[in-house]
Design a binder for this molecule. Structure first.
Ligand SMILES: NC(=O)C1=CN([C@@H]2O[C@H](COP(=O)(O)OP(=O)(O)OC[C@H]3O[C@@H](n4cnc5c(N)ncnc54)[C@H](OP(=O)(O)O)[C@@H]3O)[C@@H](O)[C@H]2O)C=CC1
Ligand SMILES: O=C(O)[C@@H]1CCC=N1
Length: 269
């Protein structure tokens, strides 16, 4: 367990996923975790649920935490930084999980403080997040080690150049939602063909988990694995024809591009 104190400004769904990951994996003791939020009922809910500390103001949290995680919406990051920036010292580290917000925008409100831009996803709740990060101008190897220490139990952690963070956001930050839609649609499709809902969802889930594990563990290209499923003149290739005719590849390109572009735009909002 780490000795440092961690504070979340913003107690929304992503903060909760990270908090649950940190506690579940025993990275930090509940007594060393602080949260603040303008929504008092949400704050009460999370502090009661996880038995963590509630800070009455964002600045009260800053006075307690070694690592400060900005988990508010991108649109309010500027106002939060104006409020807390003057109180943060170079002995602390600021993490921002806000989509689109660049480290230099954050550094502009701070005095030579190490800053980490982090893009997790909600699977942190179960230790299965895809997490990417980039470092600001005052963050070096020591800060990178802190990122690993804090978040590697919440999923995979990978460092990328900051100019790739919008792409990461469009792919893996938003990605769980795309997959949930696919799971729901496949389950519906099974029901449409007569399967009971429970069976259809169970079969859908295991198919997705199995296929993902095959790609991860077999070292084979997804195309080769697809070829192994498609018997000549069989059922799979007929299904594939439908997928290709629907333009599913282009739809996925466009989906990630649209989300990444939105991430780019958020920095200006
Ligand atoms: N959800 C996700 O899957 C992911 C989200 N992110 C990023 O995480 C951040 C949070 O997203 P998410 O958890 O979905 O959003 P939420 O809206 O669920 O959480 C944000 C919380 O911050 C509160 N808040 C607003 N203003 C302030 C303030 N001035 N001081 C303190 N708290 C405040 C909000 O209260 P109120 O609701 O009353 O405004 C809300 O409870 C965003 O920047 C997003 O880009 C990154 C990766 C994945
Ligand atoms: O939808 C959003 O803006 C956030 C960022 C990535 C996932 N959720």
């Amino acid at each position: 367990m780490i000795e440092e104190k961690v504070g979340f400004i913003g107690a929304g769904s992503m903060a909760e996923a990270l908090i649950e990951g940190l506690l579940e994996q025993q990275i930090i003791a509940p007594d060393d975790l602080y949260i603040s939020d303008i929504n008092k009922s949400r704050l009460d809910e999370l502090t009661a649920k996880y038995e963590i500390n509630q800070a009455t103001t964002n600045n009260a949290l800053v006075s307690k935490a070694d690592y400060i995680i900005l988990a508010v919406k991108p649109q309010v990051i500027g106002q939060v930084l104006e409020e807390v920036g003057p109180k943060i010292t170079a002995q602390q580290t600021v993490f921002s999980i806000a989509a689109g917000v660049e480290t230099n925008q954050i550094e502009a409100n701070l005095d030579q403080v190490p800053v980490v831009r982090l893009m997790p996803n909600t699977a942190a709740l179960i230790g299965e997040a895809a997490i990417a990060y980039s470092l600001g101008s005052y963050a070096g190897k020591e800060t990178a080690a802190v990122v690993e220490e804090l978040f590697s139990a919440s999923g995979t952690v990978t460092k990328v150049k900051e100019n790739l963070m919008d792409a990461v956001t469009g792919l893996s930050g938003s990605g769980p939602a795309y997959i949930y839609l696919i799971i729901e649609a496949l389950s519906d499709a099974g029901v449409n063909m007569g399967l009971p809902r429970e069976k259809s969802t169970e079969l859908t889930l295991q198919t997705i988990i199995g296929a993902a594990k095959m790609v991860k563990e077999s070292d084979l290209h997804p195309g080769e694995l697809k070829d192994m499923v498609t018997s000549p003149g069989g059922t799979t290739i007929k299904g594939m024809q439908q997928l290709e005719e629907s333009g599913v590849r282009g739809i996925l390109y466009n989906t990630v591009e649209a989300a990444a572009n939105k991430s780019q735009e958020l920095k200006k909002e």
